[in-house]
Design a protein around this ligand. Structure first.
Ligand code: ZN
Length: 356
């Protein structure tokens, strides 16, 4: 047993949305680099907690969906009404804004933050003590059915994409915030969605399964040849939330040598599905036990949902990651397993999808 901090690479956060919504003149660069303005992830908190990087999501919010859905999920059961499709122009403007936020942070960081396009970039950043970010899109509303924007975004650095957030779009339908509920709700991918998945395969962009409903999940499994990845989802057998993955889905991810990132959002962790901060870290260990039981210890990582959800107060924010590691160590995970869960498995699956 050692007290040395275990480095963490995280599969999902909404930090770019938080920074972009500040409307700072510098695009949020100082807010990220200097911290001190709240939120779950900034550079000082990341350094304190051993977080050396992660997938940074671009998520365009719907106007009518604010704090309310988080509040609704505090109840014993819920079915949050989802907003309708977003106009392409609104989504493109927001997407450019959040991508620019990341590039402004990188530029202002003077080498302390890197936008990474290959696993070698991430490892090189880790080696020199820099923070490694990967550009991800959660909900592809900024991309039209012609897929033109996909190519532009890929050239800018996009390496991971979820075809849908939970609301419907031209590519498919998502899993609603419903508890308790099966993820088998609604139709799956449209023809445009299948074309998007094939193009992501060709460009070696990760196709994120996390917000798809079950029909969409199986459509991706049948359309893509890549490892199946759910960046921030938990086990439905432990918490029967529509956003969590059934054992059949987990088995398919195992078969395709993919990965599931443990979501720290309390509503996906607790047996009662409530979004509450007083959630014990042991609930995270129980999900990891189940995920590892189905996927093996090489196909499970972290997908925090930091800056996008209410996480256990015992964890707090990125600076609290050593407390999670300590709780998992106390639960019985040895250091070799913890290293895999905390970052090595993410490197493995990104290598399998992206190539060298
Ligand atoms: Zn999400």
């Amino acid at each position: 047993m050692t007290d040395a901090p275990i480095p963490v690479f995280d599969g999902h956060n909404d930090t770019l949305l938080r920074l972009w919504q500040r409307r700072d003149a510098d695009g949020g660069a100082a807010a990220f680099l200097d911290g001190g303005v709240g939120g779950h992830i900034d550079l000082p908190k990341a350094r304190q907690g051993g977080l050396f990087g992660g997938l940074f999501a671009i998520f365009t919010p719907s106007q009518q969906l604010g704090v309310d859905y988080i509040r609704m999920m505090r109840e014993a059961s819920y079915d949050v009404p989802l907003p309708g499709p977003l106009p392409l122009g609104d989504a493109q403007a927001a997407t450019l804004g959040m991508a620019a936020t990341l590039f402004r942070v990188e530029r202002a960081s003077d080498g302390a933050v890197a936008v990474c396009r290959r696993v070698a970039d991430i490892l090189a950043a880790k080696e020199r003590g820099a923070f490694a970010t990967v550009l991800h899109i959660e909900g592809a509303e900024a991309i039209g059915a012609d897929l033109d924007a996909l190519h532009v975004l890929h050239a800018a650095g996009l390496r991971s994409l979820g075809p849908v957030w939970s609301r419907p779009n031209v590519f498919g339908h998502g899993a609603p915030f419903r508890f308790p509920a099966s993820p088998d709700i609604g139709p799956g991918l449209t023809d445009a969605g299948k074309a998007l998945v094939r193009e992501c395969d060709a460009l070696k962009i990760v196709v994120d399964l996390s917000h798809l409903n079950e029909a969409g999940f199986w459509d991706v499994a049948a359309t893509s040849r890549a490892p199946l990845v759910a960046t921030h989802s938990n086990a439905h057998a432990v918490t029967p939330h529509a956003r969590n993955l059934t054992d059949a889905q987990l088995d398919a991810i195992a078969e395709r040598d993919g990965l599931v990132g443990l979501n720290f959002a309390s509503c996906f962790l607790r047996e009662d599905g409530r979004m509450r901060a007083d959630t014990p870290l042991d609930d995270m260990a129980r999900h990891l036990d189940h995920l590892i039981g189905r996927l093996g210890e090489d196909r499970v990582g972290f997908g925090s949902d930091f800056d996008g959800a209410i996480v256990p107060a015992a964890l707090g924010d990125a600076a609290g990651l050593p407390r999670l590691i300590a709780a998992l160590r106390a639960h019985g995970f040895d250091d070799a397993t913890l290293e895999k869960l905390a970052w090595r498995n993410w490197m493995g699956v990104l290598e399998r999808v992206w190539g060298g």
